[in-house]
Design a protein around this ligand. Structure first.
Ligand code: BGC
Length: 590
């Protein structure tokens, strides 16, 4: 299924629409404000083409009924039929990057790094199909996924959004993911968005939004290659990347967006800018917008200042700073995508077949997420074959991530930076809750203080990172980054997660917990919840078995499935694992 905007019906349809649209209407289509910054009335008045939810931005009580009501209101506004107005249905976009994680009660799948460990593109396709349905249940049509970043530095806070450091493995997920989301563009499909174009995973020191300094040959071979199967599968949208390539911001790079992506690779959908990503092109907002539009950005994602964008873009079109041919090309692409997706034929969101469907968070969806958890686990150490555990063993469960669904879901879940605790993740099971179902005599002691050598045969200690997203997950050893400022090409860096990949320094409480249990002579099985490999040499010295669980999502039961031997360990490392001593290569797993 390859997208062909030149299909006679789409071309004729879009031509006819374009011929009736005023410049104001065209420019309105090119904007995507954040929901908090725009009302339905303003959508109608300014002919806005799209609205998004930024990470964690949700209407009302964040349940499907609220989402449907919101989407219905925006859609009705966009379709208002008044003299001189061309009704064009609005597209709504979200970050459903590991399931529809923004929404309470949705199924939350492992982040991409875990899917990379599973080496199962067919499973990823099923996950994407399920995600599409849960997204549709809320009246949304578009998800900013899949991320096709090839993360080359573990310091990067977005490492977990990357399937692997290996281009070939990332590329193997691209088409299945797009197929799962977009299907045949029927009523059970959503629009996919391959992101971030391009080189996001290759920045110096893994700095989020940083500079990727590599040759064009390497850019193509490492970072561009996964986009080819996505384009082949007909991905309808692509998001520009915050990073620079050899000092030039991707958002303003005409060569990469227009000449390479659109002309050479033949991408005929539309390109959306990332969150205010245009602003970093120049200190002068008008110049920045001209650079981005002329580089080939078709739709602008804006947090707040959408009215300024509208005004400036109108002025640029009138003065010719942005040629009318460019405006028409952008709008043609946007309308073609809407037409190909069938948006013009769909009724209001509340009347669509999947609206408020009970599939959101349904048991059969959660079963697939649990399967994904099982397949993503990587066994790194198993001294004396301590695993699998016996259900009748006297088990102590400890560690700050043992009973914390928020932590096991990671970033981009309910809130942009993720959440802490069980309450915010509606449905699912923590890792502890999963263990308790299998081994009813197991006891929980988060800090390990209840450990007693006379009472416990073995301890499962669930350790690791707290949730984070984007630059707030970066690791920045002192001296690796110059202080940023909000000047041209220099987004202000977010406060990083830490200064080292060494877990004993990042989270000393984990080692303290393990040691307290070892002091009682109890062998320890460690389960690491983290968005990336961490240096765990010291923890390894004190543990018999060590399992990398990545960010497994809402279905913690999948961990117990494997720890107790109901299913085998099959996952292997999607990233090589740094250690001070020996290094585990990519592909390793017992
Ligand atoms: C991220 C994108 C995301 C967008 C919308 C940005 O900060 O870089 O990946 O799609 O926000 O939430």
């Amino acid at each position: 299924m390859s997208f062909d905007p030149a299909a006679p019906s789409t071309t004729a349809f879009v031509d006819q629409l374009l011929s009736r649209m005023t410049l104001e209407q065209k420019v309105g289509q090119m904007l995507q404000p954040e929901r908090m910054a725009i009302t339905p009335e303003e959508v109608a008045r300014h002919h806005i083409g799209s609205v998004l939810s930024g990470g964690g931005s949700a209407p009302g009580a964040n349940v499907p009924a609220d989402w449907i009501a919101m989407n219905d209101a925006y859609w009705m506004a966009s379709m208002r039929d008044e003299p001189g107005r061309v009704p064009i249905p609005l597209l709504y976009g979200v970050d459903a990057v590991h399931g529809h994680g923004n929404v309470l009660g949705a199924t939350v799948f492992p982040h991409n790094i875990g899917l990379g460990a599973a080496r199962d593109p067919e499973l990823a396709e099923r996950i994407a199909r399920i995600t599409a349905r849960e997204v549709l249940a809320t009246g949304v049509d578009w998800t900013f996924a899949p991320t096709l970043a090839v993360a080359r530095h573990l310091y990067w806070g977005r490492t977990y959004e990357s399937f692997s450091e290996d281009t070939t493995l990332v590329a193997s997920y691209a088409a299945p993911f797009v197929r799962g989301l977009q299907g045949d563009l029927g009523t059970d499909s959503v629009i996919a968005c391959a992101k971030h174009w391009i080189g996001d995973g290759g920045t110096t020191d893994g700095r989020d939004q940083g500079n990727t300094v590599i040759s064009e040959e390497e850019l193509e071979r490492v970072h561009m290659a996964p986009y080819l199967p996505a384009l082949e599968a007909g991905v309808l949208t692509v998001m520009a990347s915050f990073n620079s390539w050899n000092g030039v911001k991707c958002h303003g790079n005409r060569y990469l967006i227009t000449e390479v992506l659109k002309e050479r690779l033949g991408f005929d959908g539309f390109v959306i800018s990332d969150w205010d990503g245009v602003d970093y092109l120049s200190d002068d907002p008008a110049e920045a917008l001209a650079m981005a539009a002329n580089a080939g950005i078709d739709m602008f994602m804006v947090s707040v200042k959408w009215e300024q964008y509208l005004d400036v873009l109108l002025q640029h079109a009138r003065s010719g700073v942005v040629p009318m041919s460019r405006i028409d090309d952008a709008v043609r692409r946007i309308l073609s995508v809407k037409h190909r997706y069938g948006l013009f034929d769909r009724p209001r969101p509340a009347a669509r077949p999947w609206a408020q469907h009970s599939c959101l968070g349904a048991p059969e969806h959660r079963a697939v997420a649990r399967e994904a958890v099982r397949k993503s686990l990587v066994l790194l150490q198993n001294d004396g074959d301590i695993l699998p555990l016996s259900r009748s063993a006297r088990i102590l469960v400890a560690g700050k991530n043992a009973d914390n669904r928020g932590h096991q879901c990671g970033g981009f879940t309910v809130a942009w930076q993720g959440t802490s605790g069980n309450q915010s993740i509606v449905g699912g099971t923590s890792i502890w809750e999963g263990i308790r179902e299998v081994a009813p005599d197991a006891v929980l002691s988060e800090d390990g203080s209840a450990a007693d050598g006379a009472e416990h045969d073995v301890a499962i200690v669930v350790i690791g990172e707290r949730p984070y997203a984007e630059g707030m997950g970066d690791i920045r050893p002192p001296g690796t980054v110059q202080p940023g400022s909000r000047t041209a090409g220099q987004p202000a860096p977010l406060a990083p997660y830490g200064e080292t990949l060494e877990l004993r320094i990042l989270h000393p409480e984990d080692l303290a917990c393990i040691r307290a249990i070892r002091a009682q002579g109890i062998p320890v099985v460690a389960v690491l919840v983290s968005g990336r490999p961490l240096i765990v040499d010291t923890e390894l010295e004190h543990t018999s078995a060590f399992v990398a669980a990545w960010l497994p999502g809402s279905e913690g039961q999948g961990v117990a499935d494997v720890l107790f031997g109901d299913h085998p360990f099959t996952g292997v490392l999607p990233f090589s694992w740094p250690t001070i001593g020996t290094r585990w290569p990519r592909g390793y797993g017992l």
